[in-house]
Design a protein around this ligand. Structure first.
Ligand SMILES: Cc1cc2nc3c(=O)[nH]c(=O)nc-3n(C[C@H](O)[C@H](O)[C@H](O)COP(=O)(O)OP(=O)(O)OC[C@H]3O[C@@H](n4cnc5c(N)ncnc54)[C@H](O)[C@@H]3O)c2cc1C
Length: 391
């Protein structure tokens, strides 16, 4: 019987084992995870889990009972250290785990910028439940925080720390929040949310050093400004977790593993899903993409027709606002906006490439149906116009 080994017990890994059984795989399945926890969902780590409103058991992809019922062998707290695609074995330190089919789902790791002082106590990065626990405990005894990086996670952490009562300064070398993904004018809107809640937002502010004697005490900006702090959170991006695959001959793309729609890598019997999978060369570090890819991989592993690739979407909760984005736009795409509630449409040669909404899930869903289609910008800009009738 085909033995499936899934490496990476996170969202994609936890999902794929459930989908394999649901689709009829009867052979052995092993799920290998570096963390000691059952697979859990990370989005709450920067939001409700960080405040303490949500507990880890509520974030599990499946409860323990499900893995027992499905007969999935769990190898948790046991990071994979290497892969031999010729012999079809995964190395777990001194142990070897043979597979017929391997699913690689080791997600992302945080970028650690080469800023002096990153090793000081009180400097946090956020990826795991333990990272969030440490940050929550530290925040309970802190007054001032600097968040370095105002991408989605930096913005969410800023909002959460502020809601916990800290004085927060959010700094970024780019001109404003989420600039790299959405640019103006969305960046200005997000900045407005933070400033309305009392967060100081410094754009164009590179960090020269984190300074202190053991504990971090201040952040020195490139322009010489010094910000006194009790804690620092650095959230400047992530990259695929491929360290254990360094020697494996798997074709790469966009910094991850190149896969087709069914998650097949360049090596026979090896599939990939989640943050590290570059589907037809394109990676998406989002919750919905990991779920969809896990499902497609399960189909492909079992030789079933692979479901079509749907546009990916993501959300970000900050204060009372939910920002949602679907599709993929380029820097040259035309932005057409309607208000209120806010919806932005990105167009290339007249066709919709992406849609972004604020507190407007309905138009996000309707806009997703228009992706790839030619649409009249005047109709998109008209807030009275039902999106179901513009194309
Ligand atoms: C703080 C935070 C907030 C987020 N918020 C949102 C959000 O609001 N909306 C959204 O769409 N997305 C959000 N995301 C992104 C989303 O969580 C990821 O896209 C999703 O988890 C990807 O799933 P994955 O299975 O690829 O990776 P993960 O869920 O990260 O799982 C990868 C697993 O592999 C394990 N692993 C790593 N190396 C090894 C190894 N060598 N051996 C064995 N196991 C290994 C890791 O420990 C981890 O458990 C957020 C991410 C973070 C960190």
């Amino acid at each position: 019987m085909t033995r499936v080994v899934v490496v990476g017990a996170g969202l994609a890994g936890g999902t794929v084992v459930g989908r394999l059984r649901a689709l009829g795989h009867a052979g052995p399945i092993a799920l290998v995870g570096a963390e000691a926890h059952l697979p859990y969902e990370r989005p709450a780590l920067s939001k409700g889990y960080l405040t303490g409103a949500t507990t880890l058991d509520r974030l599990l992809v499946h409860p323990q009972q499900t893995y027992d019922d499905l007969g999935v062998e769990l190898r948790l707290g046991s990071p994979a250290t290497g892969l031999d695609v010729e012999r079809r074995v995964v190395q777990l330190g001194a142990d070897e785990l043979p597979y017929d089919v391997l699913v690689v789902a080791t997600g992302s790791t945080n970028v650690r910028p080469p800023i002096p002082g990153m090793d000081l106590t009180g400097v946090h990065q956020l990826r795991t439940a333990e990272d969030a626990d440490r940050l929550r405990e530290h925040a309970a005894n802190a007054t001032t925080a600097v968040v370095v990086g105002t991408g989605f996670i930096g913005c969410e952490v800023s909002a959460t720390l502020r809601s916990l009562g800290l004085e927060v300064t959010a700094v970024d070398a780019l001109p404003g929040p989420i600039w790299a993904v959405l640019g103006e004018p969305l960046s200005g809107r997000v900045r407005g949310w933070h400033e309305a809640h009392g967060v100081r937002v410094l754009g164009g502010a590179g960090v020269a050093a984190l300074e202190g004697g053991g504990w971090v005490e201040q952040v020195r900006l490139v322009d010489g400004t010094v910000l006194p702090v009790d804690l620092v959170v650095v959230g400047v991006g992530a990259r695929p977790e491929l360290g254990w695959l360094e020697a494996a001959p798997l074709e790469r793309a966009s910094g991850g593993l190149l896969v087709d729609a069914g998650g097949r890598t360049s090596a026979q019997g090896v599939f990939a899903a989640g943050d590290l999978a570059a589907v037809d060369g394109v990676r998406a570090e989002h919750y919905s993409a990991a779920l969809a890819q896990a499902d497609r991989v399960a189909h492909a592993v079992l030789g079933l027709p692979v479901p079509a690739i749907e546009p990916t979407w993501f959300w970000s909760d900050q204060y009372e606002h939910t920002l949602q984005y679907a599709g993929r736009h380029g820097p040259e795409d035309q932005l057409v906006e309607r208000a209120e509630p806010y919806t932005g449409f990105f167009l290339r040669e007249g066709a919709l490439t992406a849609v972004v909404t604020v507190d407007n899930g309905r138009d996000l869903r309707r806009g997703m149906k228009l992706l790839g289609r030619a649409v009249d910008p005047a109709l998109l800009a008209d807030p009275a116009r039902d999106l179901r009738t513009v194309a």
